[in-house]
Design a protein around this ligand. Structure first.
Ligand SMILES: Nc1ncnc2c1ncn2[C@@H]1O[C@H](COP(=O)(O)OP(=O)(O)OP(=O)(O)O)[C@@H](O)[C@H]1O
Ligand SMILES: [Mg+2]
Length: 367
């Protein structure tokens, strides 16, 4: 079913945790909510599930106003990061749970429930686990069962809150692919929360980047990666090097910077900030270079360098160790960005320092 969120706000005391969220999810779409810790992702999911309520805004699913409905009436499937399965129930009973507790009018007959569970076990590729208890499963297997439990009720919307967050990287990658297959076959409208960019990009039809209670950008993985809409999105996507530049005739200029590889921008002349990924910077050793290497570390395959430039500008570069030019501490270099994004304005807006009270005034008032 399609889902529409309109101007949703939620406040806890003085803190505005959701500050006007607008979101449309198409029927059968898999959307990833990507954002740093505390940006409001779980709060938004809870409101959709009916486990929390907004201060204002609308939530419409399949044409129905869901804010009028209790959690039990909404038919959402929810999987949490550490979703505790019922420890005293076998896998098959855990999956059947949502069906067995339905009110009498909707509850399927026991034989129908058993058949449904059997189908799900096969669909999720876990029939061999059916008679185990949760304690006898790996973390990845538990999350598959948790998804089975969420899917058993044929949810209108499937809500997944960092379901693979506690698992190691390889298992996460396997489960990601498995989930995408399951989603494509089941066709359930799905919202997947993560703070892992790679996970969001690989899994989702569209990615919604959230920051501090607001949606910063919505788009396909490529759109967001290639065209971050704001400095916030740029930083979040790993463009962590920020260099103050001056725009002149569409080119970014700064001491120690060779921007010849960057295309011209249709931007007004004036101060701007160049955002770069450490891996997108080529270092050109040069006696006249305005950046000085202050730190060199190796991760094995990569060399990570820190540099200091004019006006305390810090930069970081990452290059394959084998391809790295012979660099040493204290050496001066010119930075050549291969790809970058430019936003108008200075990197950290200069905070006007509080003007000290004139001495004469202090003397006068203390009299
Ligand atoms: N019941 C509550 N009472 C007070 N503040 C809350 C409550 N629930 C959440 N918050 C606050 O709301 C903000 C958003 O929390 P939320 O759990 O939605 O973030 P999140 O994006 O899911 O973060 P994470 O990635 O860490 O799970 C946080 O600052 C949190 O402290
Ligand atoms: Mg959360």
């Amino acid at each position: 079913m399609s889902l529409t969120v309109q101007n949703l706000t939620r406040r806890f005391g003085q803190t505005e945790v959701l500050r006007g969220i607008d979101l449309e999810v198409k029927s059968g779409e898999l959307v990833a909510l990507l954002g740093p810790s505390g940006s409001g992702k779980t709060t938004l999911l809870k409101i959709i599930a009916g486990l929390d309520w907004p201060d204002a805004g609308r939530l419409v699913v399949g044409g129905e106003d869901w804010l009028d409905k209790k959690a039990q009436e909404r038919r959402t499937g929810f999987v949490f990061q550490h979703y505790a399965l019922f420890p005293h129930m076998k896998v098959r009973d855990n999956i059947a749970f949502g069906l067995t507790v339905m009110d009498r009018a909707h509850r399927p007959a026991p034989a129908t429930i058993a058949k449904k569970v059997e189908e799900l076990l096969h669909f999720l590729q876990i029939p061999h686990l059916a008679d185990r208890y949760p304690a006898e499963l790996s973390g990845g297997q538990r999350q598959r069962v948790a998804l089975g439990r969420a899917l058993a009720i044929d949810p209108a919307v499937l809500l997944l809150d960092e379901p693979f967050g506690a698992l190691d990287a390889q298992v996460r990658r396997d489960l990601r692919r498995w989930l995408r297959e399951v989603h494509d076959k089941a066709g359930t409208t799905t919202i997947f929360v993560t703070h892992d960019q790679e996970e969001a990009f690989e899994l989702a039809d569209r990615v919604v980047v959230m920051g501090a209670g607001l949606i910063e950008q919505i788009g396909s993985a490529d759109q967001i990666y290639d065209h971050p809409a704001s400095p916030f999105v740029a930083r979040f996507l790993g463009l962590t090097v920020e260099i103050p530049v001056t725009m002149r005739a569409g080119r970014a200029e700064a001491a120690g910077l060779d921007t010849s590889a960057l295309p011209r921008r249709a931007m007004a002349d004036g101060p701007a900030t160049l955002f770069l990924r450490p891996a997108d910077i080529t270092l050109l050793p040069s006696p006249e270079g305005a950046f000085r290497v202050t730190e060199i570390a190796t991760t094995g395959a990569l060399l990570r360098l820190r540099m200091e430039g004019p006006a305390d500008c810090q930069a970081e570069a990452e290059l394959p160790r084998r391809a790295a030019p012979a660099l040493s501490l204290g050496q001066t270099v010119t930075l050549r960005p291969e790809v970058g994004h430019i936003f108008p304005g200075s990197p950290t807006p200069a905070q006007p320092a509080p003007a000290p009270a004139p001495v004469s005034l202090i003397k006068e008032s203390s009299r």
